[in-house]
Design a protein around this ligand. Structure first.
Ligand code: GLC
Length: 559
């Protein structure tokens, strides 16, 4: 199938269209000052690792001042850096160091909500009902004679009600405020001009400092149904997501980005969970966001047919907008690929929880070795597809999810708000192992004041980056090779994909791009690739007598 590939002459060849961006969960990446928490200096010390890995840029999870109730997604000041991570000078040094190495820097923007410690929210609570300060948030009186029932039935995405009642300044039980996530994350009222204006300024603040773009957190949420009616339609609340007005915000932000020099090639990438690909494509119109994660593929279990129809959905549904597709298989909110693809017997999530959990954070019996083979195959698949990719830190090491963190160390608000029914996301956020050396596998320096903020299991030693660098067959080595070969083999002009059917093998997914055939064997039976596919340039598992192993992938090339 041929893909349209232009959304206007200025962005046709922009770096982000085919980039591989590495997601840095800063808190868990590398700790330079020994407090057990990753920081900007720790990241600066490892930039060469990222250059050698071969990525084009980094996306930093939020590093603004924050009470860290949702690890940075509760922002108390949008124009500063959290002291535990550094300060504005360290941030500027990081950007300069990254740019000197040819790496772009994307920040994470959180527009739906702020922290309950943000000065605006504190002022809103202090100012009382009906005040202009409250109008920047969604405060309402409760229902019932005593106002003790929440204003409507909406649920928090983290569990429990989406409303919390405050105590008024005079000490009486008062109004309720809306929070789609934790109670420490009050939602802004995006119909208020102050909110719109503040985010304009925030964008300019960071663009002026040299940032190359933003990942936009829960980008579909911002506007709520004005009447705040009860929602009775299942887990995806259409009164809180994907309201038509939200597109105006992205048109406005696009104009801001476009007001900078075109050579900057600034970009926005939306975190947009919407039911269908047509809804997603709407955000990618030429005057809106440049990119939006295609999460549909991330939700698929290890099955060739399901992967193919999901990829096809993106190629037709997004390719036709002129945007390139933004692929990703992992991030700080979902279980790591090794664990997801290694599930051999799944437990049903509790009936009160979102069905999506069965796909994004499945639990059950895991065959880690099998998951690792599949995750390596998925790496080659993703890197062969046209478009950009976001690679979550630690995926290049083949790290499994840490499923058995003790309850007392868990920090994710989903764990608390679901009363333990959803163990949450901490297991994908355990600090990285850099070396084989105890106590922190090189995450913190030897002189430390604290343990890593989440405990690393002993088996992390096997995944240490330093050890994998010595092994030509390691998952890290595979990523480095694949990223290098990708640059050489795949065109960024012609992004057409042609599927190849392999008779009798429904479990095999194969397609051609330019002179390369990418093949993934989802089943266990080996496959002998036909001669016309060319010779193997890269494979995710050893090839025996010309046969690709089950649960592996390869790139073949015809000169
Ligand atoms: C997004 C983030 C997630 C965060 C939530 C609330 O989904 O990826 O980590 O908890 O938004 O900001």
């Amino acid at each position: 199938m041929a893909l349209a590939s232009s959304s206007g002459p200025s962005t046709e060849r922009a770096w982000w269209r085919d980039a591989v961006v590495y997601q840095v969960y800063l808190r868990s990446f590398a700790d330079a000052d020994g407090d057990g928490i990753g920081d900007l200096d720790g990241l600066r010390q490892h930039l060469d690792y990222l250059v050698q890995l071969g990525v084009d840029g980094i996306w930093l999870n939020p590093c603004y001042p924050s009470p860290q109730k949702d690890h940075g997604y509760d922002v108390a000041d949008y124009r500063d850096i959290a002291p535990e991570y550094g300060d504005l000078a360290t941030f500027d040094a990081l950007t300069a160091d990254a740019h000197a190495r040819g790496l772009k820097v994307l920040m994470d923007l959180v527009p739906n909500h702020c922290s309950s410690e943000h000065p605006w929210f504190r002022a809103a609570v202090a100012a009382g009902p009906g005040s202009p300060e409250r109008a920047r948030f969604i405060f309402r009186d409760g229902r019932g004679d005593d106002g003790a029932t929440p204003p409507n039935n909406w649920s928090s995405i983290f569990g429990g009600p989406a409303w919390t009642r405050i105590v008024e300044p005079d000490g009486t039980p008062g109004q309720w405020y809306l929070h789609l996530f934790d109670a420490a994350q009050p939602d802004f009222d995006w119909t208020h001009p102050d909110v719109i204006g503040m985010f304009d300024d925030v964008l300019r603040f960071w663009f002026d400092r040299g940032v190359d773009g933003f990942r936009i957190d829960v980008a579909a949420a911002l506007y709520k149904h004005p009447g705040l009616p009860d929602w009775t339609g299942g887990h995806y609340n259409e009164y809180t997501h994907n309201r038509p007005q939200v597109h105006e915000v992205y048109r406005r932000w696009r104009r801001i980005a476009d007001s900078y020099a075109p050579e900057r090639e600034l970009t926005f990438v939306g975190e947009i969970w919407v039911p269908g690909v047509a809804d997603l494509a709407a955000y990618l119109r030429p005057d809106e966001l440049h990119q939006a994660f295609y999460f549909d593929l991330l939700k698929q279990p290890w099955n060739g047919q399901l992967f193919r129809s999901s990829i096809d959905g993106a190629l037709t549904g997004i390719g036709s907008t002129g945007a390139t597709i933004t692929w990703t298989l992992a991030n700080h909110d979902v279980h790591r690929t090794v664990t997801r693809y290694g599930i051999v017997r799944a437990d049903e999530p509790h009936e009160s929880l979102d069905r999506n959990l069965a796909f994004i954070r499945p639990r059950g019996e895991v065959d880690t070795a099998l998951g690792e083979r599949r995750s390596r195959a998925a790496c080659l698949l993703l890197l062969a597809l046209p478009g950009s990719q976001y690679l979550y830190q630690g995926e290049e090491l083949g790290l499994p999810e840490v499923l058995d963190l003790p309850d007392q160390v868990r920090q994710d608000p989903t764990w608390f708000r679901s009363e333990g029914l959803d163990p949450g996301r901490d297991g994908s956020r355990v600090p990285l192992p850099w070396t084989a050396q105890a106590p922190s596998f090189g995450f913190s320096p030897t002189q430390v004041t604290a343990e890593p903020w989440l405990p690393q299991p002993q088996w992390f030693v096997k995944y240490a980056a330093s050890e994998q660098l010595k092994d030509a067959d390691s998952t890290l080595a595979l990523h480095r090779r694949a990223l290098r070969v990708r640059r050489d083999l795949f065109s960024t002009v012609d992004r057409a994909v042609t599927w190849i059917d392999v008779p009798g093998r429904d479990d095999v997914l194969a397609f051609r791009r330019d002179s390369v055939t990418c093949v993934v064997v989802f089943g266990d039976t080996p496959l002998r690739p036909p001669a016309e596919w060319g010779s193997i340039v890269l494979c995710s598992a050893p090839v025996h007598q010309g046969q690709l192993a089950g649960n592996s992938a390869a790139w073949l090339h015809t000169p």
